[in-house]
Design a protein around this ligand. Sequence first.
Ligand SMILES: [Zn+2]
Length: 413
Amino acid sequence: MTWDLLLAGGRTADGSPIDVAISKGVIAAVGPHLPRDASHISDITSRLITPGLVDLHTHVGPGYWGIDPDATAWHSGVTTWVDAGSAGAYTIDGLRRVAAGSSVRIPALLNISAVGLAGRTGESRDLGNCDVPLAVDTLQQHRDLLRGIKVRIDRDTVGDNGVEPLRRGLAAAETAGVPVMVHIGTTPPSLDEVLDLLRPGDIVTHCASGIAAPLGPAVHAAVERGVLLDIGHGSGAFAFDVLERQLAAGLRPHTISTDLHARSLYGPVFDLPTTMAKLLAAGLTLSEVVTATTEAPARALGLPGGRLVPGAPADLAVFTVHEEEFDVTDAHRQVRRSPLRLVNDLSYVGGRPLIPRLPAPVPPWVPLTDVQRAALARRERDIRALLATPLVGVEGLAEQFPRESEPRESRNS
Ligand SMILES: [Zn+2]
């Protein structure tokens, strides 16, 4: 039998022992004590192993918000980056090029506005951009890439158009048989009007937003119908006090995503493990948090990964779980304590390890504080110092081309 790789001695989020064997890019076997029969064996004793994390709300497409996923994926365990509406019908080819050039998997949600998120906001103020037949055609032409529709509903995005962009997104999604992810924010249109339109399987992102604060009966009714709640942290859409009130009222997020983009990458989001720590701080268990970043988002979009089962793609993440408390911050500078810190040590996409990549420069339109600028400059200096130092001294070198032609006597003298 002999597998390509065996990750041996790990544990699952609920603490059970687990080994995972990989062959030809897929999970070949999973069990508590697999035979040590592989070309390579990686000892991950007592570390957490999960399916590669699936971040249901990110921005990696070209434009105002997009970031390079590879520079963050290798140290965060996120192997699937769902691009949530960076591209519309006019700009989908740019996103396709990003997806083809990345090490991670990039399924996407098509923005109902054909201009997508080339700019900061306002993409659905001109209803001429929200063309239902064009969106349906685009979904059908890019079935391999596109998993649903994204609609942003807030005052700045839609102007005077109310929920009409959402109605159009739902019409396109209904025809194509895919879900809609709706972003909520500043009103009008009212949150209840948005929630009442959603169908089972549709997703509300920014569900614990301090700006929209979804707490009324319409949220409960939506969840009872099968509408999914997604965190979508972002730079302005996650508030601890709102989440805590939701949890107290029996509303739990189904999926935990970052909304990682050019304005949340340098804080307050940073990465998905940091966002997971915030949900741990709010009282969710490690098992709940891992399910909400693997199986649940994969199921929401019908993606193949998200579970440690034979036959699944070998997308995996290995973490050291440090049992130490640390402070975490939401989008409104409210601070809580996380009981655990998750540090990603290894990640695989289709059985291939993700390797270190350096971050891209900050785009000139992204506002940063002086503290953020100083931290970025310090990180750049540290990276430069690390990479500019010769790797080894003479003690680490072999004589690769010995001077055999030299007379023996003179060598020994
Ligand atoms: Zn977003």
